[in-house]
Design a protein around this ligand. Structure first.
Ligand SMILES: [Cu+2]
Length: 364
């Protein structure tokens, strides 16, 4: 078990109210410099380990790419459907498990609490997650994309080109799958296109609180996934476009896991779902909702979207393709509803942003 700063004890008390507290001590938390280096080394290891899916999707050249291919192939089943939260929870947990079992990583998947960086464009750029040594490098140089066909035109874009610093520059890491739903080899650099104004509008403390007072999962999920308009997008789109903007990998709805930051972003989305669930875990570990068909109600934003769809339930399968050997369609939503039961075994060190902030300040 990793050591825990004493200032976080109040949060751990919350965790200890559960009976099987001692079995899941795999704490997803922020890391020391050495732990960051270990994590980055493990990601690089996954990128240099042969995968399982290259025989189906020729662009997949590594175990890391297996996840990208799986996300690409299932994008339309797991966004703007009821599978969004449980499926991404499963994906991050499986990735974390591979980092540990294949690449000898001994920690937990960390999360990126965007609220620590979303005070101003300056603090966004200065986030330790973009550090060239202990982080994932920063922005790409500016490329005008106003006349290019991009997934979305986001106000205030600042980049678009190849990441120039850190462990994932073009000489050290090549993206192969995508952009979009392409699964053939297309070797290129990792791009980022920071949209700091957007990020601070969409990932700040007020925005992340919006779903927390929802009384049903249906309402919670709607407030997280948002809609397709710029004004209706919420923190899921906030983190994706805040980093990926118009031309960066993170902004691509299909191939965003090409950027290792995807897993930090989605771990935080998962943490906020977990936080919501823990207000009443007994009930909320049973509460799922949403359409099976993409853009079925309540996500039928446009005229061409389906007006009806069957709803997911606890027995609905989470499709994983061939990502996890021997599993196929046999993981159900039920198995990932509680982070400490079923297939999962982890907790978050802090469900309250302010606590981690004070801990970080103390350490500084
Ligand atoms: Cu996704």
């Amino acid at each position: 078990m990793v050591s825990t700063p004493s200032s976080l004890d109040s949060l751990l008390l919350r965790i200890t109210t559960y009976e099987d507290k001692l079995t899941c001590d795999d704490i997803r938390r922020d890391l020391t410099s050495a732990q960051k280096q270990d994590y980055i080394a493990a990601v690089k290891c996954l990128q240099n380990t042969a995968g399982l899916l290259g025989k189906y999707w020729s662009g997949a050249r590594s175990r890391f790419d297996d996840y990208v291919a799986t996300h690409i192939n299932l994008t339309e089943y797991v966004h703007f459907t009821g599978l969004f939260e449980p499926w991404h929870r499963m994906l991050v947990a499986s990735y974390e498990s591979d980092l540990r079992s294949i690449c000898n990583y001994t920690g937990a998947q960390p999360y990126w609490d965007w609220t620590l960086d979303s005070d101003s464009p300056k603090t966004w750029f200065a986030s330790p997650i973009f550090d060239p040594v202990d982080g994932f490098g920063g922005n790409g140089p500016f490329i005008d994309s106003s006349k290019i066909d991009v997934p979305a035109h986001i106000p205030g874009k600042t980049g678009g080109g190849c990441v120039l610093e850190g462990p994932f520059t073009a000489d050290k890491y090549q993206v192969s799958l995508g952009p979009g739903n392409s699964t053939v080899p297309n070797l290129r650099c990792l791009t980022r296109d920071f949209c700091p104004e957007w990020a601070i509008t969409k990932t700040n403390k007020d925005i992340i609180e919006e779903p927390q007072d929802a009384t049903t999962f249906a309402e919670f999920d709607k407030r997280v996934q948002g809609d397709l308009t710029l004004s209706g997008m919420r923190y899921h789109s906030g983190g994706h476009f805040g980093v990926g903007g118009e031309m960066g990998e993170m902004g691509n709805p299909f191939s965003s896991p090409n950027d290792p930051l995807f897993y930090f972003h989605h771990a935080n989305i998962d943490r906020l779902w977990n936080k919501w669930q823990l207000h009443d875990l007994e009930a909320r570990a049973q509460d799922v909702a949403g359409p099976i068909v993409q853009f079925g109600p309540p996500f039928n934003f446009q005229d061409n979207h389906p007006s009806t769809s069957p709803s997911v339930d606890l027995d609905s399968p989470l499709p994983v393709g061939d990502l996890i050997p021997g599993v196929k369609l046999s993981i159900s939503i039920r198995e990932v509803m509680d982070t400490r039961r079923g297939r999962l075994c982890y907790v978050y060190n802090s469900l309250d942003s302010n606590v981690r902030r004070s801990a970080a300040n103390k350490a500084a």
